[in-house]
Design a binder for this molecule. Structure first.
Ligand code: GLP
Length: 255
């Protein structure tokens, strides 16, 4: 595991975007696993900027997103499909047919999860899985207690996740109660993982995920077992790790 230091959110975003760019340059046909949330927005902005400068080409790649709210259509402004359209896909030269998310409008959960698993397998799995981490350690929407061996499944969101994500909705009672999420099994099968974290609110959970016991109670903790994971986090998110495991943190140079 490599843990790279970033001064702030902007620097974290640039370092993460550099790693994604390297992946795309080395393999233009990469399958990228993508997250939503506040954490990756800066990375997506940086990738868009480099694309506009002519440094990046997304025409050959595929994307698979981690998750989608059950009940929301892609055109719903709160859906993750809409988030991805607004924050990345509409601003780069990716073929919309190559962008994939679970379909939140599908009511047959088993069939939709099977379709998404089959799609990921058909694409040959994920080359680079980009991840954020939720305040309770969730990855995608794999909430505490989710079995590590699961593939795409339907989850009931915990109250703390509903409250954490309420900031994107008019009120917390508008946050969907369920989501389709890639499971930890598919995430762990990605060839590389890039995990980002920003802000003091993530400092405790980032320490627990990277240095605590590996347990379904902290879903992100399983990434400790991945053979090729890079973590990029800002100073605030690294504060607990820097106080207890400073020798594990590298990359204190600008990027
Ligand atoms: C949501 C997403 C996760 C994301 C998490 C953290 O719950 N399903 O994939 O990692 O939020 O979001 P943020 O980056 O806004 O803290």
């Amino acid at each position: 595991m490599k843990i790279l230091f970033a001064d702030n959110y902007h620097s974290m975003s640039r370092k993460a975007a550099n790693i994604i760019s390297a992946q795309l340059i080395l393999n233009p046909h990469s399958v990228l696993g993508l997250p939503t949330g506040s954490s990756p927005i800066g990375t997506y902005q940086q990738l868009i900027e480099w694309y506009r400068k002519g440094d990046l080409d997304f025409s050959g790649c595929h994307t698979v997103n981690l998750d989608e709210y059950v009940g929301l259509a892609a055109r719903d402004s709160q859906s993750y499909a809409w988030f991805m359209h607004q924050n990345l896909f509409s601003q780069i030269n990716i073929d919309p047919a190559n962008t994939h998310l679970p379909d939140g409008t599908q009511t047959d959960a088993a069939a939709e999860c099977q379709r998404y698993n089959d799609l990921i397998h058909k694409l040959g799995g994920v080359d680079l899985q980009f991840l954020g981490i939720g305040p309770n350690g969730h990855i995608g929407f794999n909430e505490p207690g989710s079995a590590f061996e699961k593939e795409t499944h339907c989850v009931a969101l915990t109250e703390s996740t509903i409250q954490a994500n309420a900031r994107f909705f008019a009120s917390s009672d508008q946050v969907p109660t369920h989501a389709y999420t890639m499971g930890m099994k598919a995430i762990m099968q990605a060839r590389k993982i890039l995990l980002i974290a920003s802000g003091a609110a993530k400092a405790g959970i980032l320490y627990d995920a990277l240095f605590g016991p590996i347990t379904p109670q902290v879903p992100g903790s399983i990434v400790q077992l991945h053979p090729d994971i890079t973590v990029v986090a800002d100073q605030d998110a690294l504060s607990v790790i820097l106080s207890r495991q400073p020798q594990q943190v590298s990359g204190r140079t600008p990027c």
